[in-house]
Design a binder for this molecule. Sequence first.
Ligand code: NCD
Length: 326
Amino acid sequence: MTQAVESLAARRHVLDLDDFSRSEIEAVLDNAAAMKEVLQRDIRKVPALRGKSIVTLFLEASTRTRVSFEQAGKILSADVINVTGGGSSTEKGESLYNTALTLQAMNADVIVIRHPHSGAPHYLARHLAPSIINAGDGCHAHPTQALLDLYTIREKLGRIDGVTVAIVGDILYSRVARSNLWGLTKMGANVVLCAPPTLLPPDFIDGARMDETHPFASVRIETKVELALEGADVVLALRIQKERQKAGHLPSLREYSRMYGITSSRLEEASPGALVMHPGPMNEGVEIDPEVAHGARSVIEDQVTNGVAVRMALLYGLPSPARAGR
Ligand code: NCD
């Protein structure tokens, strides 16, 4: 564990997984396993981050991610301050930069940010002293979700290397899919993306395919869900993001559900014992059937618990501003 912590100490921010090495991802997963042991104790409290302050700045809706960062910080004894759009000065038109400057002036060691615009966490990381953790920026990245997904796969299947993961749903708008693509390919998984053609990002996929050395060059694309699920060890369903969709991508949700919904009978195409995952929140009956979401193969609730452990590992592993020489 000591060695694992050391290998995160060189990192100041967590913005996406594109700049994580395989060994760095492994270090986070190993640390998360140690943190999960803390979660299983009667008294879930360790003094590791006593005297540190973490601000969660969530300018877009969230349940799981925000609460799990808060819980992770509190279990490690940090002071956690939650700021949301409603009720803060962002409602009065204060810019993101000025809001973040205020938080910096209050000595935040870490700012965890969720923002509707892609790149907002990167902007703060360029201009501010605290460590910045991206908790989801627009359609761009959601690295901590991908790390908890990787953790869950490794925990349940014993490995990630060589595992086939089918990601089904709104790939075009999904920051979860994008960060998982980085994480899964770096860890040696075989990735299959499945969506109606209108919900696949053409430039991104074609661009990657033109260059055979690109990490995504081996990603398989399927527009028929039965083919995508064939032999999959993990089926990761994504929410249809109604709030990000422009009109015209789908004839109707009912049509999407009929063609792409993850049902028990479709799941028979997957490997025996395949895991069913979903980052939440789910549109049950649209991208996933309730009986699959709550069925024997579902590890959706484990993902939520593992999210706390993974976020503890990150908060603990990042160097404090003093250690980073700021
Ligand atoms: C995801 C998100 O917000 O990007 N949810 C999450 O963080 N658990 C996925 C989604 O909103 O569909």
